[in-house]
Design a protein around this ligand. Structure first.
Ligand code: PMP
Length: 453
């Protein structure tokens, strides 16, 4: 048997040991693993999760930020049930009204979006975004930032979290693959940039402008390290000048840092935008949005017939994009209901106010125990970093004390605060004042425990 996480976690541990026999590593996404074993959940309700041992947790993982209204919000559940009842089907496999309804909503909210295409995950959205961007410019290379995550496809599994394999100077990081099985092609065709260092980025982009067709970034790295305003404005100007398509990956920041994402807050129009997470109301989704001119490439209207008589999709004049479940009615029903709740008066402000209240409370507690800690983030996401140094990018981040943070997180789990160790905190509209006070109190208990050791 694996060691036990805490004394009331025996069923979780046993279940996980069993899961490992049928699922490699016992988890279906590697990020869900932590030592000694993950907690196995069986029920969610509002801001709470309940595990198989009957323990209750205040949930700050919220399925990696996706559940902005917590678990099982009645209006989201009703929208899903109504969609299936009214439509009499889970999916049509044809165009339908909700696709247009959601598209119009996103076009209204996001400055960089004039047209959209749906996918089933953030991963697929960034894949399509990059393919489209490279098609626009005809240049072969992708530029991305060290420490930025854009999903699990080959082209972006470069220098996401290189850790000890980190290569290159801070101002000129070198590409490092995050997985075996990825052809070397992606190292050669990926240019890695340092986040929030405009001069260094300018030098690299200018030197390789003939080859770099596309730059993808998270406007707020990991949802918590914001781009400095002058930095992101500088990147917008440079990419325009150098004919590089700029993609804002807002899978995490969309609806979390503002209704119109980070682009709405910064007042910057990227060429392409990817969305996901919150937008699906807890169901799988991704979106690619952008200007009419660029998005027209994904239309596929200019189809040729293949020699088999089948219609050719994609081809030299179009970017290939297809998918059985794209624009899924049930998912869009959940997403529309989710956005509807967020658009209610004061909903976003109240969410941000609560998040700030929690951040202030936590900072006070750590300060009172003499621990250097800062909360860093924007809108409804933040991270808790054990360092008093300014954190602007991946290299800065790696200097925070994650060993102590992990110990605190394990203590918090035993006390009923759920965030996967070392993960950021996502807030929901349904977290109560009582949840927040209890969370601050549990942090104090956790600090006391780790300081005893
Ligand atoms: N981009 C960003 C910025 C993300 O945070 C994520 C997921 N954490 C993705 C892309 C990938 O999305 P998905 O997990 O839906 O494939």
């Amino acid at each position: 048997l694996s060691p036990l996480l805490f004394e009331n976690a025996t069923r979780s541990r046993d279940f996980f040991d069993h899961a490992k026999e049928v699922i490699p590593g016992g988890v279906t996404a590697q990020i869900k693993h932590f030592d000694p074993h993950p907690v196995v959940m069986e029920k969610g309700d509002g801001s709470k999760l309940y595990d198989v041992d009957g323990n209750q947790y205040i949930d700050y993982l919220l399925s990696y930020g996706a559940l902005i209204h917590g678990h099982g919000h009645p209006n989201v559940i009703n929208a899903v049930m109504n969609q299936m009842k009214t439509d009499g089907s889970t999916i049509f496999g044809t165009p339908h009204q909700k696709e247009v309804e959601m598209a119009e909503k996103l076009i209204h909210l996001y400055p960089g979006i004039e047209m959209v295409r749906y996918t089933n995950s953030g991963l697929e959205a960034t894949l399509l975004a990059i393919r489209t961007a490279l098609a626009v410019t005809g240049k072969p290379k992708l530029a991305k930032f060290e420490g930025h995550y854009h999903g699990g496809h080959d082209q972006v599994l470069v220098s996401v979290n290189p850790g000890k394999r980190e290569r290159g100077k801070p101002e000129q990081p070198q590409a490092v693959l995050e997985s075996t099985g990825i052809p070397d092609y992606y190292v050669k065709n990926t240019v890695v940039l340092p986040f929030n260092q405009l001069d260094a980025c300018e030098k690299i982009l200018r030197e390789q402008a003939d080859e770099i067709g596309c730059l993808i970034l998270e406007p707020v790295q990991g949802g918590f390290i914001p781009a400095e305003k002058v930095f992101i404005e500088g990147i917008r100007k440079l990419t325009e000048e150098l004919n590089i398509v700029l993609i804002f990956d807002e899978v995490k920041t969309g609806f979390r840092v503002g209704l119109g994402g980070a682009q709405g807050e910064y007042g910057i129009q990227p060429d392409l935008t990817t969305l996901g997470k919150v937008l699906g109301g807890g169901f799988p989704i991704g979106v690619l949005g952008g200007s009419k001119e660029i998005m027209a490439l994904t239309s596929g209207e200019k189809r040729d017939l293949l020699s088999t008589g089948a219609e050719q999709r994609g081809g030299p004049d179009a970017v290939f994009h297809s998918g059985t479940y794209n624009g899924h009615p049930t998912v869009l029903a959940a997403g529309l209901a989710t956005i509807h709740e967020l658009e209610k008066e004061e909903a976003m402000d109240e969410l941000f106010r609560k998040t700030q209240h929690l951040r202030d409370g936590l900072e006070n507690v750590y300060r009172s125990y003499g621990l250097p800690m800062q909360t860093i983030g924007t809108g409804s996401i933040f991270n808790l970093l054990l360092t008093d140094k300014k954190v602007l990018n991946y290299r800065d981040l790696s200097k925070a004390d994650f060993t102590l943070r992990r110990e605190i997180d394990l203590q918090l789990l035993a006390q009923g605060i759920y965030t996967k160790p070392l993960n950021r905190y996502s807030m929901s509209t349904v977290h109560s004042e009582e949840d927040l006070e209890s969370t601050i109190h549990c942090h104090e208990q956790a600090i006391k425990e780790v300081l005893k050791k």
